[in-house]
Design a protein around this ligand. Structure first.
Ligand SMILES: NC(=O)C1=CN([C@@H]2O[C@H](COP(=O)(O)OP(=O)(O)OC[C@H]3O[C@@H](n4cnc5c(N)ncnc54)[C@H](OP(=O)(O)O)[C@@H]3O)[C@@H](O)[C@H]2O)C=CC1
Ligand SMILES: O=C(O)C(=O)CO
Length: 313
């Protein structure tokens, strides 16, 4: 079995060696321009079109991340990149769930314990205990209740917060109120104090966090965007912060990355940010997952993690 690998920034040597160890019978190689030799599986992130297009004999393509929006948008322009019937897989959790839990829990607790207010008071030389927030007034609403949204929901339930989630299909997560579909969105938003976004980037979700949505959250709400920058209308977020509807935002992803120097999010006092690091691909966990999935495919077993081209995630 032949496996080709392309990632613009990962340590390719490390990946090739570890993949080889995990699949000793496979021949694993870095894909280089001009390589048209056969391959059974391709492991990719931002693949050059010529790596995949028109390739015969592929049994599967693995995206080396959780979101497949970049690959799917390339596929739209070059449909022959994925021949009919060749499945596209993505990483399910592989260590990203824990990273998202760390990010979400630490930020929610930061706001819940009013560390943002105390930081401002410190800057003004003010020693002033403030009223505690109550958990019952701190409902967490998670947009997207898939692999990562589900993990984040679990971790916040464990901290005793009221937690709700919104997805296409209804969920049955212990301690989490589930809302499904567009009609249920207003009920989900009403009373949500902290909105956490973990939706995939699809035509249905682009621009979903906009003025209308933000106006339906509880007063002085907070937003954490962990999914994709295109989900958030940045100008609407800034307006909601300035009107007092929102109290703070923590953003990991942006409509343009790296965030341009001139973007007003850089200087807004109630916006905090990280440079798209909420959850990164952990090589060892990802390699075990891919090796297991390839072995199952070779054995004719059913596998999870296949992307639905129809739904776009
Ligand atoms: N910032 C970062 O570092 C990282 C960001 N990400 C982002 O996180 C996203 C989520 O990852 P993951 O949890 O693995 O993805 P999943 O595919 O497991 O989950 C997606 C969730 O979104 C729901 N959903 C999709 N479309 C809609 C819609 N139109 N309306 C309502 N709900 C919808 C799905 O509903 P249903 O369950 O009914 O199908 C599902 O619950 C990724 O797509 C990626 O963009 C991922 C990793 C790192
Ligand atoms: O895996 C993903 O989708 C990411 O965004 C990684 O940073």
């Amino acid at each position: 079995m032949d496996i080709i690998f392309h990632h613009p920034t990962f340590d390719t040597e490390y990946w090739l060696n570890r993949l080889q160890q995990a699949l000793p019978d496979a021949r694993v190689r870095q894909w280089k321009q001009g390589d048209r030799q056969p391959a059974d599986y391709a492991l990719v992130w931002h693949p050059p079109v010529e790596m995949l297009s028109g390739r015969k004999g592929l049994k599967g393509v693995f995206a080396l991340g959780a979101g497949v929006d970049a690959i799917l948008s390339k596929l739209q322009a070059h449909p022959d990149m994925l021949p009919d019937g060749v499945p596209l897989f993505r990483l399910e959790d592989t260590g990203m769930g824990l990273q998202m839990q760390e990010y979400a829990v630490s930020q929610v607790l930061h706001w819940f314990r009013r560390f943002d207010d105390y930081q401002r008071q410190k800057q003004q030389g003010q020693w002033q205990p403030l009223d505690d927030y109550r958990r019952e007034d701190f409902t967490i609403g998670i947009l997207g209740a898939g692999v990562l949204g589900g993990k984040v929901a679990d971790s916040l339930v464990a901290w005793g917060f009221p937690v709700r989630c919104w997805s296409r299909s209804k969920k049955d997560f212990p301690g989490v109120e589930s809302f499904a579909g567009g009609e249920a969105l207003p009920a989900f938003l009403s009373g949500t104090r902290v909105l956490i976004n973990l939706l995939p980037n699809t035509p249905q979700t682009v621009g979903i966090i906009n003025r209308e949505l933000l106006s339906q959250l509880a007063k002085e709400a907070y937003v954490i965007n962990l999914a994709r920058g295109v989900h958030l209308v940045e100008a609407d977020l800034l307006a909601a912060l300035d009107s007092g509807q929102l109290k703070g935002a923590m953003l990991d992803v942006f409509s343009k990355e790296p965030l341009p120097e001139s973007n007003p999010l850089w200087t807004h006092p109630r916006v905090a940010m990280t440079p798209h690091v909420a959850a990164v691909t952990r090589p060892d966990e990802a390699i075990s997952y891919i090796a297991k999935t390839i072995t199952q495919l070779e054995n004719g077993e059913s596998v999870s993690g296949e992307v639905s081209l129809q739904h776009g995630y």
